[in-house]
Design a protein around this ligand. Structure first.
Ligand code: FAD
Length: 481
């Protein structure tokens, strides 16, 4: 009897988990409906916009191709928008009836004589990581996934698991850009400095970046380790565990189920293993399981508990030896939604380390008041950004990245907008900011609260592009002049 119970209970638990994962995988069949001809959209799928034409910019004399496109737009009286991998979510790559420059074909890669990366702005990180790994090198700062273009990464001034650096622009030494007058300009911190600082996090409003020179680092082997702590201890645990310079990357995650909402954190570090040999990256068969567990959280408190418990028991990557280039080789397709009636939406909030615990407590109060489905929260640290004209890292910040699964309806987008406005109020009260490439839910007043430099930013836009040739929906929503 006791033996029967001893075997029976685990079997029932495993059976429930397997049924739940199977059902969730079944809902993920199908795929997203295509965007109709003559329209374009972005990763959030809420910005479907009619466009005049998509123009692919390639590696054969991209400057001439961009100048031609500008000339055509002027003759036709149309605006120009710039698109990389289109993973922004607020129409940052779109304007109604625009000529849209698709930069992905402008992707030549080389190492210069000083070992820095020289990259076409349309190169995706997937191409860059593979190219650099062949030379024993790897990116220094990039996002947590590899789908994005370098131009789009600079346009948002992105960041990732590199905890001891400011955002991406801190690794960009110089760039070449075609401004709206058709001039090709070399920009750096010493040449055309105003333009350089405006382009970083400037969302394609100051010119088309053709290529850039980027500082990179050695590819190395890391040992990853995941620990669990109370969220209230997170800043302290973070400070202790990244104290060694051998800790090269770090990120955290928060518990999401109703009972433990935001109270527990998993913290993962990647520590250099000196002298270890880099093995060719191995694709793990566990990837599809990880995807199933991740998606099974959708609309399910049981699914959220299951993921937390599985990761708590096994650790997300604990103990594994992994090359830096392998960590930076994951596509968003590994976890992104495929259910035709839903979409994934991100929001991100930055707070100084000292304000983290208070902000998370505010999030815990605010979230249950809104009918939205939050399926992931990761935490990163980013150093202060003194480069960009619209900086989100105004201090040494902890970033909370919130991923929501929402119905693909205007009502669901509006519900998320309400939540986001409450969270933006809370983050501003905590002395923080929020990230601009996601849904433009924040009000104009909140935008100005987070980015008081905005009037200066838009004045610079007027100086560099007096006819407003380069436009997008983000600009149209938030412009102050
Ligand atoms: C699933 C997902 C995960 C993400 N993870 C992270 C993360 O870990 N960290 C992070 O910081 N962000 C993250 N992001 C946000 C992402 O980094 C930004 O949206 C980034 O801009 C995406 O790059 P892209 O090539 O898709 O850019 P796009 O969306 O194509 O463009 C972004 C902006 O850059 C401009 N631009 C693009 N190319 C050029 C060019 N050549 N010249 C001038 N302007 C240009 C565009 O006009 C636009 O305004 C994530 C987004 C998604 C959807």
């Amino acid at each position: 009897m006791l033996i029967g119970l001893g075997l029976g209970v685990p079997l029932v638990i495993a059976g429930r988990a397997a049924t739940h994962l199977g059902l969730a995988a079944w809902h993920q069949r199908g795929g997203l409906p295509p965007v109709p001809d003559g329209f374009a959209d972005d990763a959030g799928r809420f910005e479907q916009t009619p466009i005049a034409e998509r123009i692919s910019i390639g590696n054969a004399d991209p400057v001439a191709q961009i100048r031609d496109a500008f000339a055509r737009a002027r003759v036709q009286g149309r605006p120009v928008s710039i698109a990389g991998a289109r993973h922004s979510m607020g129409g940052h790559t779109l304007t109604k009836d625009a000529l849209v420059l698709d930069m992905l074909g402008c992707n030549a890669l080389a190492l210069d004589e000083r070992g820095r990366l020289r990259a076409g702005a349309g190169a995706r990180w997937s191409q860059v990581v593979e190219f650099l790994a062949g030379h024993g090198r790897a990116p220094w700062v990039m996002q947590a996934n590899n789908d994005f273009s370098l131009g789009g990464t600079l346009g948002a001034n992105a960041h990732g698991w590199q905890h001891d650096k400011p955002p991406f622009v801190s690794t960009v030494e110089s760039l070449r850009v075609v401004t709206s007058d058709g001039e090709l300009r070399e920009c750096s911190r010493t040449a055309n400095a105003e333009l350089f600082h405006a382009i970083a996090g400037g969302f394609g409003l100051f010119g088309v970046v053709v290529d850039m020179t980027v500082e990179i680092v050695d590819d190395e082997v890391y040992r990853s380790e995941t620990i669990q702590c109370a969220t209230t201890e997170y800043p302290e645990v973070f400070a202790q565990r990244v104290a060694s310079p051998d800790v090269r990357m770090a990120y955290g995650r928060l518990s999401l189920d109703e009972h433990r909402l935001f109270t527990r954190a998993l913290f993962t570090t990647f520590t250099r293993v000196p002298g270890a040999t880099i093995e060719p990256a191995q694709r793990s068969n566990a990837m599809w399981v990880a995807r199933a567990v991740f998606r099974a959280q959708t609309d399910s408190d049981y699914g959220k508990r299951l993921r937390w418990d599985l990761e708590r028991w096994w650790g997300s990557e604990a103990g594994e030896r992994v090359a830096r280039s392998a960590i930076l080789s994951h596509s968003v397709s590994g976890f992104s939604n495929r259910q035709p009636t839903r979409t994934d939406i991100l929001h991100e909030y930055f707070v100084p380390h000292r304000s983290f615990v208070g902000f998370v407590a505010a999030m815990r109060q605010i979230l249950p008041r809104h009918a939205v489905d939050l399926i992931n929260v990761t935490i990163r640290s980013v150093e202060r950004d003194d480069d960009s004209l619209l900086p989100y890292a105004t201090d040494r910040m902890l970033a909370l990245v919130l991923l929501f699964s929402v119905d693909h309806t205007a009502t669901a987008d509006a519900a998320l907008a309400d939540l986001n406005r409450d969270l933006v109020d809370a983050v501003l009260a905590a002395g923080g900011t929020y990230y601009l490439p996601y849904r433009p839910h924040a009000t104009a007043a909140q935008f100005l609260g987070a980015y008081p430099q905005a009037p200066e930013f838009f004045a610079a836009k007027r100086r560099w592009d007096p006819d407003l040739l380069l436009r997008n929906r983000f600009f149209e929503r938030y412009r102050t002049q």
